[in-house]
Design a protein. Structure first.
Length: 154
């Protein structure tokens, strides 16, 4: 199952972008034997401001995939439960798992409605670039949990 993080805006060249790219690469390499990956980081730049134009880009890019919307009111998982959820989706035959991160104002209702589920990193609001890096790390962690690697410790 291919993995992707769709994010509105560009993360820039800061340490968060480097961290996200590093975890995405690690997840792809470690996940290959498990049928997970590669992991793609997709930055979407709308031509118009606002949640509706952002939603159009996200929904088009996520068409035909299993979409999970990242939202502060979403479901929270322990790292192990998140890994199990990813494995369940893979085992059900999902071909591409996509996570959507909205812009500064969050995700449009149409994306939340189209998503199969939601994911939260707690009730706080996180900077866009940091949320992207955190999600990439959690996907890498999920892959290592499923592989039996000692990276994650309960």
């Amino acid at each position: 199952m291919k993995l992707a993080i769709l994010a509105i805006g560009k993360p820039g060249r800061g340490p968060e972008a480097t961290l996200a790219a590093d975890y995405a690469e690690r997840a792809g390499l470690a996940g290959r034997a498990l049928g997970l990956g590669p992991m793609e980081l997709v930055d979407l730049e709308p031509r118009k401001a606002g949640k509706a134009p952002e939603a159009e880009l996200i929904l088009k890019a996520a068409e035909g995939t299993h979409l999970i919307a990242c939202d502060e009111r979403g479901r929270t998982f322990s790292s192990r439960a998140f890994a199990d959820h990813v494995a369940d989706l893979r085992d059900r035959g999902e071909r591409r798992l996509v996570f959507a991160i909205g812009g500064a104002d969050g995700l449009d209702r149409s994306v939340l409605d189209a998503a199969a589920s939601t994911l939260a990193f707690g009730p706080q609001t996180w900077p866009h670039a940091l949320a992207r890096a955190m999600l990439a790390e959690q996907l890498y962690r999920a892959v290592t949990i499923l592989a039996g690697s000692p990276y994650h410790r309960d």
